[in-house]
Structure formats: C-alpha cells, structure tokens
Design a protein around this ligand. Structure first.
Ligand code: ADP
Ligand code: MG
Length: 253
C-alpha cells in the first residue's frame, strides 16, 4: 500500500498560541480519513499545514512519496520553492465558504488553475472540466456566475474545481457547515461517490453519521493533539472522556 501523507511530529503556533502540538498522521492511498473534534482544536490548521497553505514550525511532512519538509534540530526545513509548488499542486482543497472566484463563470473557475498554474492545454482542460461538471450534476451551469447558484451548487462547483487539478489528495474543511440540511445531503452524496472511486481524502466534518459511514479512519482532535483515533467503530465506542462529551452533544439534537 502506498502512503500518500506521512506527517511526523508537526508543531505549529500562531504568535504564542501553540495550535498543533506534535501531530503524527499517516494516510494511505485510497483511504478516507475524517477529522472531528471541538472548535478551536486545530483541525483547519492541520489541513492547512498538510497542504502547504501554512508552514509548520517543526516536524516532517511527506506527500505522495515526496518530502515537503524535514525535521531539523531547530524545527523544520522545507524543500526548494519549485518543489514545494509542485508538491502543493498534488493537493486539492474544498473550503466551508466555497471560495469561488466571483468574477469568473463556473467553467472559468474550473480551468483557471489547471491552465494558469499547471500550464496544461486549455482545450484539453475544458473537456475534462465538462466531464467533471456532468459528474456533479451541473452541466447546465457551465457559463453561469457563482452568485446565480445555490450554496449547494456552489460547493459542487468547488469540488469539481478541486478535481480539475487531478489531485492525488483531496482535503475538505467542513464542506457542509455553511449549508442547510437539504443541501448538505447533496454534497455528502458527491463526496460519497468520490470515496467509492478510492480518491484519497481527508475530511474535517461535524456530520458524525457521515464520518462514521464514509471513513476508514477517524481522528478526534482536541487542543492541538490527536486524542483518539482508529476505525469508526473504535472511535465511536471509545471511553475517552472528552470524546464522549463531544459526541454526546450530537446525540441530544
Ligand atoms: P478548528 O478548525 O479545529 O476549529 P483552527 O485550526 O481553526 O481550529 O484553530 C485553532 C486555533 O488556532 C484557534 O484558537 C484559532 O483561533 C487559532 N488560529 C487559527 N488560525 C490562526 C491564524 N491565522 N492566526 C492566529 N490564530 C489562528
Ligand atoms: Mg476549522
């Protein structure tokens, strides 16, 4: 089995706030990992450090077999800028707030990075983008601007946009938190279909049933540490006090 993400002893602080306190994580090819836990625990920061939207202070990260940074006695050392950029291109990210380019049509949103960052052939990328739009059920929205779309549609565009980079790993940061329940289920279905295709994914979510059904491995993060991890069964049956308290909040509703 190929390891797609290997992170060892990663530390990150903002000013004096220690947000990640020595995280170890390994994700294999085709695996779906759900990250759960209370707000402020460092889930988004972990994702952003793995996909190089943030740099870490200490530790090592290897992505798709390539070293992104290596732990040193003083902290960490990143590889050369060109290599960092190339490795970062292997990872796609879907955000809670969609983050589409408002001044571009749906199709333009999809092809922007593949054409301008990855320097791929435009006609070829357009063909691929059209296939992806069909896959998320939005072929008819190809030439529409994001503001004309519902939140669920915008999020489906943003998933198609991430896929258009042909990523080796896809990260989702609370992809349904900005959506009402009806639109949430349409997004969860798209993500489930991707899981069935064995795309490697790391998903931060507050949808506990979804996390349990979709993931091979669940990580419960609390205060910058992985407090509990394992199979969905192991994690949901864990006797860990903070974990039970956290899950209890979901069962009341
Ligand atoms: P989660 O996603 O689990 O809610 P975050 O990773 O967003 O947690 O945040 C963890 C902590 O780091 C919080 O206290 C948050 O305020 C802080 N934090 C996150 N990003 C920044 C930043 N860019 N600058 C300063 N503090 C930050
Ligand atoms: Mg977050």
């Amino acid at each position: 089995m190929t390891t797609k993400i290997k992170a060892t002893n990663i530390w990150k602080k903002f000013n004096n706030l220690e947000v990640l306190k020595g995280i170890d994580l390994e994700v294999n090819e085709g695996e779906v990992v759900a990250v759960i836990g209370p707000s402020g625990g460092g889930k988004s920061t972990l994702l952003r450090c793995l996909n190089k939207l943030e740099t870490i202070d200490k530790g090592s990260i290897t992505i798709d077999g390539e070293e992104l940074c290596r732990e040193t006695s003083g902290g960490t050392e990143y590889v050369k800028n060109n290599d960092v950029r190339r490795i970062a291109c292997k990872m796609g990210m879907v955000f809670q707030q969609f983050n589409l380019f408002p001044h571009m049509t749906v199709l333009e949103n999809l092809i922007e990075a593949p054409v301008n960052v990855q320097k791929r052939d435009k006609a070829e990328v357009i063909k691929e983008a059209e296939v992806l739009l069909a896959k998320v059920g939005l072929s008819d929205k190809r030439d529409v601007y994001p503001r004309k779309l519902s939140g669920g549609q915008q999020q489906r565009v943003s998933i198609a946009r991430a896929l258009c980079m042909n990523p080796k790993i896809l990260f989702f940061d609370e992809p349904t938190s900005a959506l009402d329940p009806e639109l949430t289920s349409e997004i969860l279905k798209v993500i489930k279909d991707l899981a069935a295709e064995h795309i490697t994914m790391v998903i931060v979510t507050h949808e506990m049933t979804f996390a349990r059904d979709i993931s091979d491995h669940i990580i419960f993060m609390d205060k910058g540490l992985i407090a509990v991890e394992g199979s969905p069964k192991e994690v949901f049956e864990s006797e860990h006090a903070r974990m039970k308290e956290f899950l209890g909040k979901f069962h009341q509703g």
